[in-house]
Design a protein around this ligand. Structure first.
Ligand code: ADP
Ligand code: MG
Length: 234
């Protein structure tokens, strides 16, 4: 699904170049659930943004399915994102003056889908994340966990093949984090490839693969604890 070879990325700061990702090789199969961990500044968000076609890179290659994602025009990049990618952020990034249902429906608005169809799908997705009763509420009326559920519903409304989440539980308490992880694991069980950037060991441990970045290099890769099915006692 995701195939990255010898990928490098630098940022230019004045006359200096900051080499943020160094010769990254990464293969993520369709349907995998993967965590990317590493300390602050190690390049996690930069890598995820490249995976999400939100940012470009300098050298190497990135294939998303059969598509070589490199030097795409903004139109083409948007097309790849709309068709294949769902993105979830730590800070939810909901529009404050739109209701939950309107926020969820927004990606379809940009695709030119009719209001009636947008509305029906948004409600179905809100139901999927357990928030159907909250459809008419504004983000400010919702808890952090609820806002993140809305954000996940919004990411899923375009039926992406890959869901990318950058510190999705970073602003949540541990109980709410666990519930959001339950939801992300359900989404993965439905066949969506999921890549989660996280600081938290408890979050990473529930994935099948943990990739540790250090100073822009993949330092280690370990198996998570999620090989066995999830039981009520865990
Ligand atoms: P992480 O998500 O692991 O904390 P980031 O990918 O955000 O790390 O950042 C990696 C490095 O790149 C950091 O040193 C950061 O300061 C730098 N960086 C990130 N984004 C930019 C940018 N747009 N311009 C310049 N430097 C950046
Ligand atoms: Mg980051």
């Amino acid at each position: 699904m995701i195939r990255i070879e010898k990928l490098n990325k630098s940022y230019t700061l004045g006359h200096h170049a900051l080499h943020v990702l160094r010769d990254i090789d990464l293969l993520v199969e369709k349907g995998e659930l993967v965590a990317i961990t590493g300390s602050s500044g190690s390049g996690k968000s930069t890598l995820l943004n490249i995976l999400g076609v939100l940012d470009d890179y300098d050298s190497g290659s990135y294939f998303l399915g059969d598509t070589l994602v490199k030097n795409l025009s903004e139109t083409r990049a948007a097309q790849v994102r709309n068709r294949q990618i769902g993105f979830v952020f730590q800070s939810f990034n909901l529009l404050p003056f739109k209701t939950a249902a309107e926020n969820v429906a927004l990606p379809l608005f940009y695709q030119g889908v009719s209001r009636k169809k947008r509305d029906a799908l948004a409600h179905a997705l809100l139901d999927r994340v357990g928030l159907l009763d909250w459809a008419k509420h504004l983000p400010a009326e919702m808890s952090g966990g609820q806002k993140q559920r809305v954000a996940i519903a919004r990411a899923l409304i375009t039926t992406p093949t890959v869901l990318l989440a950058d510190e999705p539980t970073g602003a949540l308490d541990s109980k709410t984090s666990a519930a959001i992880m339950d939801l992300l694991m359900d989404v993965n069980a439905d066949g969506v490839t999921v890549v989660i950037v996280t600081h938290e060991a408890a979050v990473a441990a529930r994935t099948k693969r943990i990739i540790r970045l250090k100073d822009g290099v993949i330092e280690a890769e370990v198996a998570g604890a999620a090989e066995e099915p999830r039981g009520p006692a865990r």
